[in-house]
Design a protein around this ligand. Structure first.
Ligand code: 5GP
Ligand code: ZN
Length: 119
């Protein structure tokens, strides 16, 4: 069923605790944890606990949870003092854009200068 945990999904396993992660924030609907291969001094992933393959499909099915993910991205930024210097929230969507894990996730990046446009 839509939103149900997927047996072969790495981020569903992080939600269940089967795969460990350095969790920095958690709510009833979201988990935020440090990226294993950080691309900036702060690089945190915010994921919904429900499984959708990307941000657009999450937004279509679960608008409130999508808002929760964005609010928590802002919470991470405030926790890490990035709201004072600026930060970026990224949803890579599709393999051509660098998406490698097909469970919706927001990257929260900051703590260094961020080029625009991104590569
Ligand atoms: P994507 O490339 O799909 O936008 O982002 C997936 C992110 O997940 C990558 O930045 C990658 O470093 C991160 N990642 C992959 N495997 C793990 C893992 O086992 N633990 C954590 N914490 N992050 C992971
Ligand atoms: Zn999943």
């Amino acid at each position: 069923m839509a939103g149900e945990p997927q047996a072969d999904c790495l981020f569903c396993k992080i939600v269940s605790g089967e795969v460990p992660a350095t969790v920095v924030r958690e709510t009833d609907t979201t988990v935020a944890f440090r990226d294993i291969n950080p691309q900036a001094p702060t690089h945190v992933l915010v994921i919904p606990k429900v499984h959708y393959s990307d941000a657009a499909s999450l937004a279509a099915a679960e608008p409130q949870v999508t808002a929760d993910v964005l609010r928590e991205a802002g919470g991470v930024a405030a926790d890490e003092k990035l709201d004072e210097t600026g930060y970026r929230v990224v949803f890579n969507t599709g393999s051509g854009a660098g998406q490698t894990v097909f469970h919706a996730h927001a990257h929260v990046l900051g703590g260094r200068g961020l080029n625009w446009p991104p590569g």
